[in-house]
Design a protein around this ligand. Structure first.
Ligand SMILES: Nc1nc2c(ncn2[C@@H]2O[C@H](COP(=O)(O)OP(=O)(O)O)[C@@H](O)[C@H]2O)c(=O)[nH]1
Ligand SMILES: [Mg+2]
Length: 354
């Protein structure tokens, strides 16, 4: 999974990026791989004592370049569009911290304004693109009724209607063929988005009420709005794990920004984990909810998909309860499942293949 950090200048993108990447700010990187922390995987590793533990990974990209120009609009460059395109999800970092020495591109800190500002600019950019695409399509279709173009037209007409009603495209449910049809286009509002509000540590007591207010203002972001304190967490990331947990407890922070981001990303994208275990490695895999045993096997290796016979399945909770595969068999919680079995979050799988 790849997440792109976007937002106005000085909202805290690079601060969060450095926190997630463990960068102390001295390196000028903008793309990093983060191990997804996983308590269940840690427990499995303790039991199986494998040569290595392989966590799921998250790629994070710091995408700069949403600059407000003199006319009060955001300049959306083609470089920005290209960088956005490859992400599964955008995390819009919105500033809510006050810091006299850090200027705000719009003059004052107002997270609600900033969210609607970026939403509007994205919407207008998409609308402009969709309108010009429709014009081109009409011209092309007069010359040549290519199947691809014939199918594109009603889709873009639907896009236009949604955008004209000031709604983002991301809530539209597309089938696989439609997804494919538009996969080459750089549409902004079609990307799943999380709003990450960046607070000062001295504003801790206001977080809940402010987040509630933001959710009320933006019902369509409501479930996907999270809060964190980028600067504070950045400082923690420079400390030892022990010291950092002491400070987190003092501040009453139960979850790190990373785990909040992961939790809401998995939920938003409908993702879940399964595990494989053994002497060589214990590993977490990320799949879509609803994946069958065969599809999940394909995530491990395409051969496992093609030559799938059966999956041996025990749920993590059962394994923890009984302590071994033999005991799980005795208890009847170890099963052989066919290719249509729908994998559950926390299943431990062993794929039998030819
Ligand atoms: N007080 C405070 N300052 C912050 C916070 N997050 C970022 N900053 C500061 O704001 C400035 C801009 O942050 P940066 O992460 O570079 O913003 P970017 O332009 O979105 O990448 C830096 O000087 C940060 O130290 C925060 O949560 N609280
Ligand atoms: Mg930056």
């Amino acid at each position: 999974m790849q997440i792109g950090l976007i937002g106005l200048q000085n909202s805290g993108k690079t601060t969060l990026y450095n926190t997630l990447s463990g960068n102390d700010g001295s390196q000028n990187s903008s793309q990093t791989i983060v191990r997804v922390p996983d308590k269940r995987l840690d427990e499995l590793t303790k039991l199986f004592n494998p040569k290595k533990q392989v966590n799921a990974i998250l790629e994070v990209i710091d995408i700069p370049g949403l600059q407000v120009s003199d006319n009060g609009k955001v300049k959306i460059t083609s470089d920005f569009l290209t960088k956005v395109k490859n992400n599964d999800l955008l995390l819009h970092i919105v500033r809510d911290f006050t810091n006299e020495s850090v200027p705000h591109p719009e003059g004052k800190v107002n997270s609600i304004n900033d969210i609607s500002f970026i939403d509007t600019e994205f919407l207008l950019t998409d609308l402009g693109f969709v309108e010009s695409r429709l014009e081109k399509l009409e011209k092309e279709l007069q010359k040549n009724k290519l199947d691809k173009l014939v199918r594109e037209k009603p889709l873009f007409e639907r896009f236009k209607e949604i955008l004209e009603n000031e709604k983002p495209l991301r809530d539209l449910v597309l089938d696989e063929a439609e997804e494919k049809l538009i996969s080459g286009y750089q549409l902004l509002t079609i990307k799943p988005m999380i709003i990450g509000v960046n607070f000062s540590d001295d504003a801790k007591d206001e977080i809940d009420s402010k987040i509630t207010k933001i959710r009320e203002n933006f019902p369509y972001h409501s479930e996907n709005t999270i809060a964190f304190m980028a600067q504070f967490e950045y400082e923690l990331s420079q400390l030892s794990d022990e010291d950092s947990s002491v400070f987190m407890e003092d501040m009453g922070i139960k979850e790190s920004a990373l785990s909040r981001i992961l939790e809401s990303s998995y939920k938003l994208l409908g993702l879940q984990s399964f595990f494989t275990v053994g002497e060589d490695e214990c590993r977490a895999w990320t799949i879509k909810k609803g994946y069958t045993a065969q599809q999940s096997a394909g995530v491990i290796h395409s051969d496992f998909f093609n030559k799938f016979i059966r999956a041996e399945v025990v749920h993590y909770d059962d394994y923890m309860k009984y302590g071994s595969f033999a005991k799980c068999k005795e208890a009847g919680v170890w099963r052989l499942e066919g290719k249509e079995y729908i994998v559950k979050d926390g299943d431990i799988l062993n794929i039998r293949h030819s």
